[in-house]
Design a binder for this molecule. Structure first.
Ligand SMILES: *[C@@H]1O[C@H](CO)[C@@H](O)[C@H](O)[C@H]1NC(C)=O
Length: 286
C-alpha cells in the first residue's frame, strides 16, 4: 500500500510539474515573471522528488535500507541544492508580487526579462555553491560501519550521527546555513507581504482589494506549505524508537508539497486553464 501510494504521489508530482513547465515555456500568454519563476520552481520540484522518492520506492519493495556512500552523497547534494533554491525562488516570487502590487505602474519596467533571468540565476548559484560546500565536507567524514538510511533517505542528521569523525565544525556550519539561508528568505518574504498588505488596505474599492489579494494568494499558499513542511520536518521529536509509520508520514509530507505546488497554481488561475486549452487545440486541431 505504501509503495502504491508513494508511486502515485511521485507520478503525480512529476506529471503536474512537467505540465506547468511545458505550459510556461510554450504558451506566450504565460510569459510573465510569475510563470517564469513558477517554471523554475517546477523544474526544481521534479529534481527534488526524483532525488528522494525512487530510493524510498526501492526500500519499500526490497526492505533493504543500505545505501552506497556515493549514492548517499549524491542524494545529499541534490536535496540541499533543491531546498535552498526553493527558498530563494519563493523569495524572488515574493519580490515579483511586491513590485506588481506596490509599484504596479512600473511593473513591466522593473521586472523585465533580464532581471528575471538574473534573479533565477542567483537562486540556482546560491543553491549550488552552498550544497557543494556542504556535500564536500560531508564526503570527508569517515564511517566505521555500513551506512543505513533510517529516514528513508540519506538525511544529514543520520549521516552525521553515524560518522566517527569530529563533526562539530560541520554541525556549526549546518546550523549557520539553516539560520542564514532559511531565515533571510523568510524575513524578505515577510517584509514583501507587509508592504503588500499596507498597499492593499489603501485600495478604496473592495473589488480592487480582492483582485490585488487574489493575485498573490497562490504564492502565499505555496510559501505556507513549504515553510510548514520544513518546520514540521525539523521540529519532530528526535526519539530513537520513533514509530516506522510516523517516519513514513513525515516523509510523505515532504513529498506532498511538490505535488501541491502545480495544483495550487493551476486550480486558482484561469490563465493556466486557458493555456491548456490553447495547447490542446494545437495538438489536436479539429
Ligand atoms: C527557468 O525558467 C526559464 C523560463 O521559463 C527557463 O528558460 C529556464 O530554463 C529555467 N531554468 C531552470 C534551471 O529550470
Amino acid at each position: 500500500m505504501i509503495f502504491i501510494g508513494v508511486l502515485l504521489l511521485y507520478l503525480l508530482a512529476v506529471l503536474g510539474n512537467m505540465i506547468i513547465t511545458i505550459l510556461a515555456c510554450t504558451v506566450s500568454q504565460l510569459h510573465t515573471p510569475m510563470y517564469f519563476f513558477l517554471c523554475n520552481l517546477s523544474v526544481q520540484d521534479i529534481i527534488y522528488v526524483s532525488t528522494i522518492l525512487p530510493k524510498l520506492l526501492a526500500i519499500t519493495i526490497t526492505r533493504d535500507r543500505s545505501i552506497f556512500f556515493s549514492s548517499c552523497i549524491t542524494q545529499l547534494f541534490l536535496f540541499a541544492l533543491c531546498l535552498v533554491t526553493e527558498f530563494f525562488l519563493l523569495t524572488s516570487m515574493a519580490y515579483d508580487r511586491y513590485v506588481a502590487i506596490c509599484n504596479a505602474l512600473r511593473y513591466s519596467l522593473i521586472m523585465n526579462r533580464m532581471v528575471c533571468i538574473l534573479l533565477a540565476t542567483i537562486c540556482w548559484i546560491v543553491g549550488t555553491f552552498n550544497s557543494l560546500l556542504f556535500t564536500l565536507m560531508m564526503s570527508k567524514l569517515s564511517f566505521s560501519k555500513e551506512q543505513e538510511v533510517s529516514h528513508f533517505f540519506c538525511d544529514p542528521q543520520t549521516v552525521l550521527k553515524n560518522s566517527c569523525s569530529d563533526t562539530t565544525i560541520i554541525k556549526t556550519l549546518v546550523t549557520m546555513q539553516g539560520l542564514f539561508l532559511g531565515c533571510c528568505p523568510f524575513i524578505l518574504i515577510l517584509s514583501s507581504y507587509m508592504f503588500i498588505i499596507f498597499t492593499i488596505l489603501k485600495i478604496q474599492t473592495s473589488a480592487g482589494r480582492l483582485k490585488a489579494f487574489s493575485s498573490c494568494s497562490s504564492h502565499l499558499m505555496v510559501v505556507f506549505l513549504f515553510y510548514g513542511a520544513s518546520l514540521g520536518l525539523n521540529m519532530k521529536p528526535k526519539s530513537e524508537d520513533q514509530q516506522e509509520i510516523e517516519k513514513v508520514l513525515s516523509m510523505l509530507y515532504i513529498a506532498v508539497v511538490p505535488v501541491l505546488n502545480p495544483l495550487v497554481y493551476s486550480l486558482r488561475n484561469r490563465d493556466v486553464f486557458r493555456a491548456m486549452k490553447t495547447c490542446f487545440k494545437h495538438v489536436f486541431p479539429f
